[in-house]
Ligand binder design. Structure first.
Ligand SMILES: N[C@@H](CCC(=O)N[C@@H](CS)C(=O)NCC(=O)O)C(=O)O
Length: 288
């Protein structure tokens, strides 16, 4: 049980950390905890991920590239069970020393190489296929600004608000207030932008939308962190809702959203993805 009157000692120690949902996997150290290789398929891209908002950014982009006819964007997607600590196996740490999904192995050329951090993966793939990241400096800067903004904002919404509001074993007003404030401010930033432009970076659908949609849309849909939609009055953000609904209707988004999803209705789950045929019989509809 955490102590609400806690006074930090001079030197923090992991030994006294109280329980909670992630207590069994959290440690203050990096590196592999278990020797285990990752599975590797035949396609140019090997994705090690999970259908959390950070994971969905990448599967949506890969499905968009395939939808646009880029056959060279074919990929194998493998589920990493972060609740069971699979991000700490030696194989995963080799592709991401930070032990967080998503991680990508690019084996499209003679020498395979890794890419980790969702923002880096999005930029790598967009540059490789020349899509969703404009080349003229002003438009490119605008898109990258919204991508980096998302990667910087995500931890306030997830590790901050989501953690203290939904996952923490005891609820404390101070951190919930702090991160509710920040999450609403983030929504307002997006809402004010989307009052002016159809997509986040202007008139075109770009990486800016692909990075932000998986984080913002679940709040609009009321499908993240218990009843966060009501708690944060997400209905106020009408421009975000209009944008999220337009993007949710895209076939590639509907496919990408279920890749590496291992919860919910059985026909919306996909532990591994190796081919377009894997989506046959799945319920892809996501209306909210
Ligand atoms: N900045 C990273 C964040 C990735 C991240 O936080 N991934 C979470 C799931 S959404 C994870 O793998 N957590 C496992 C852990 O913290 O042990 C990115 O954008 O790729």
């Amino acid at each position: 049980m955490a102590d609400p009157t806690y006074t930090p000692p001079a030197v923090w120690s992991a030994d006294t950390v109280s329980g909670g949902r992630f207590a069994s996997i959290n440690r203050p150290t990096a590196g592999a905890r278990e020797e285990k290789a990752l599975p590797v398929g035949q396609h140019p891209f090997q994705l090690y991920s999970l259908a959390t908002p950070n994971g969905v950014k990448v599967t949506v982009l890969l499905e968009e590239l395939l939808e646009a006819g880029h056959k060279a964007a074919e990929y194998d997607a493998w589920t990493i069970n972060i609740g069971a600590g699979e991000q700490f196996t030696s194989g995963f740490v080799d592709v991401n020393p930070n032990s967080k999904i998503p991680a990508l192995l690019d084996q499209s050329g003679p020498v395979p190489f890794r890419v980790f951090e969702s923002g880096a993966i999005l930029v790598h793939l967009a540059e490789k296929f020349g899509m969703f990241l404009p080349t003229d400096p002003a438009s490119r800067a605008e898109v990258l600004s919204w991508v980096f903004w998302q990667v910087a904002s995500g931890p306030f919404m997830g590790g901050g608000f989501g953690h203290f509001y939904a996952y923490a074993p005891e609820k404390y007003e101070y951190p919930i207030d702090r991160y509710a404030m920040e999450t609403k401010r983030i929504f307002d930033v997006a809402d004010q932008q989307l009052a002016k432009t159809r997509y986040l970076a202007g008139d075109e659908y770009t990486l800016a939308d692909i990075a932000n949609f998986p984080w913002l849309a679940p709040f609009v849909a009321g499908q993240i962190y218990n009843d966060a939609k009501t708690f944060l009055s997400i209905d106020e953000y009408t421009n975000v809702a209009r944008w999220a609904r337009e993007i949710a209707a895209r076939p590639a988004v509907q496919r990408g959203r279920i890749v590496n999803k291992v919860w919910g209705e059985e026909n919306t789950q996909m532990r591994e993805r190796h081919a377009a045929e894997d989506f046959a019989g799945k319920n892809l509809d996501w209306t909210f």
